[in-house]
Design a binder for this molecule. Structure first.
Ligand code: SF4
Length: 72
């Protein structure tokens, strides 16, 4: 499986959400930071992945909707 696709499946909705910010550690680990958390504390800054349902999800421009159902 391609690394990008694997990462998208690991992150779930966050991978295609406009509020997602990818943070890479010095050791190469990848974290998904939710930008909504900065203004709304009900969102976790670092959500548990994969995020399968989220009331704050908005598709980022140019992105393809996350597909966690296995359909193409
Ligand atoms: S709003 Fe939801 S889907 Fe979007 S980055 Fe935050 S936790 Fe992920």
């Amino acid at each position: 499986m391609e690394p990008d696709r694997r990462e998208a499946e690991r992150a779930g909705l966050c991978a295609t959400c406009q509020y997602d910010r990818i943070v890479r550690s010095d050791r190469g680990s990848v974290f998904h930071q939710c930008q909504r958390a900065a203004t709304d504390p009900s969102f976790p800054q670092y959500p548990n992945l994969p995020v399968l349902h989220c009331r704050g999800y908005e598709l980022k421009s140019g992105g393809q909707a996350s597909n966690t159902s296995g359909q193409k």
